[in-house]
Design a binder for this molecule. Sequence first.
Ligand code: AMP
Length: 354
Amino acid sequence: MLKPGATIGILGGGQLGRMVASAAARLGFDAHIYTDEEDSPASRVAARTTVASFDDEAALANFAAVVDVVTTEFENVPAHSAEALVASGALVRPGANALAIAQDRVLEKRFLNEAGVATTPYAAIESLGDLEAALQGVTPPAILKTRRMGYDGKGQARLASTDDATPAWEAIGAQPAILEAMVPFEREISVIAARGADGSFAAFDPPDNTHESGILRVSRAPSTLPPHILEDAIAATRRVADALDYVGVLTVEFFVLRDGRLLANEMAPRVHNSGHWTEAACVTSQFEQHVRAIAGWPLGPTDRFARAEMHNLIGADMDDVPALIADPDVRLTLYGKRETRDGRKMGHFTRLVR
Ligand code: AMP
């Protein structure tokens, strides 16, 4: 169990790292960010920063020597960097296994199925020939996604018919991929949960999520689905966390079919955009919960004391900030990014629904 004053190392310098670092500071910890980016959003709220490549083994070893635990704020941190940290004696939570699985969409789906969690039918694709063959089993409409490095709908192409094989393969850059059957979902939800170092488990109320162009727009908590479906989703997430011997906050995104069946879409070994409302509406935020878990502290209560609606501020949505700061029912969080760009997540706000 880490004592206040201990140092929490965070791989990655984005907004999730910024919010985890802030929560860590509130509990008396120092955050040390490791990022390959100068002047990152996270480094500006942290006690210390190392700016180095994720392949710089000497820098990783130095980092391992000065932090008490290491965590990650984005899943595309190379798994070999996490392994190098472990080899240097660092306590890495969640472990490199969770990272390796979550950053490869094929390993991820295979792992979810092995943990007894259903997904849409899929096929691993290495070539255009594989794709043409797979389209006989995974029939269109379908979606082709790069195996690695995809996020916010990037690296994806949709196929309306088998004729789309060549353009879709080219659109994703002709690289190892996964072909997924398009899911005619009624709803998207996510489970944001935490597993403690002692195996304890706590989930927040799952929110309903709305995406546009593959990017999250709004999360509404709690989901309006019947409780038994939400309980099933939480139970599935717990199986995933237990199978990974996971420590920290874990998110699993699900499609919900009209008949109530759940299909897992993906898992994120970290705090999640669809859990940001917890900072405004719950006794413990997802960020504090993650810090508690990786510090070996007891998990905090996840009780929600209001209904909440979280909206992302993307690109030009920043023009709404003057109105939002004047609204008494809104809690605004900005990420301190120096430059506003189209499609870039700049902040979010949570409206408490009373
Ligand atoms: P992902 O990058 O896998 O999280 O996908 C981003 C969003 O695209 C999801 O939240 C869905 O809205 C949509 N999407 C991804 N995969 C599928 C699928 N197999 N069927 C239907 N919609 C999908």
